[in-house]
Ligand binder design. Sequence first.
Ligand code: B4P
Length: 197
Amino acid sequence: MEFSINDTMINLILFGPPGSGKGTQSDFLVEKYNLHHISTGDMFRSEIGGKTELGLLAKSYMNKGELVPDEVTISMLKKRVEDNPGVQGYIFDGFPRTVPQAEALDRMLEEMGQSVNLVELKVGDDELRRRLLERGKTSGRADDTNVDTINNRIQVYKDNTIPVATYYDSHGKAAFVEGEGAIEEVTNRLFNVVDSL
Ligand code: B4P
């Protein structure tokens, strides 16, 4: 695997439960820090839209609020990074969601001579349910319209994904931001944290 190495790269994992604002805030971070945005959720949705084999597989997990298997997700992510060398940094939105995904990401960045910092958006469960159901009214996303699916996504986050934050925290590479409040307020909190990294 060939990567171009740039010492000034900023690599961020924007982390948080479903509906915490990862997709929303990624746009502002991308613009301010000139990062390349990689959203595994968007990638899967694009595969579903294209009715590809990967899309059909992903849909069967996503519509139940389950995680797509690590093997599939990691190889898709690696390909996206390989296809976009020489950028100023990456923002990983919705990835990693499991410890094996985190370990795979760290190995890949290490090969590039790079590392990554995790920033977690903290949002309470009631607010997550409210936001996702609200988005479901217009997005048509099957995983945003059913409250049982939303609750399962929140539970999967607690069981499988929170350990990712613990993993980065144990390496001194995690920061936390209050994710409730106006979108602009959250953006400013994130900028302050990223500026201090
Ligand atoms: P994702 O696409 O990553 O989606 P998400 O977690 O639901 O949403 P996100 O956090 O980005 O949404 P946002 O808050 O911005 O994942 C979907 C599915 O894909 C997963 O369940 C899984 O099946 C699969 N998947 C993805 N990555 C995977 C991986 N690595 N491994 C395995 N499976 C994977 O937006 C939510 C709403 O809140 C929006 O309507 C927004 O406008 C609103 N909002 C945002 N900020 C707000 C604020 N401050 N106040 C009020 N509303 C706000």
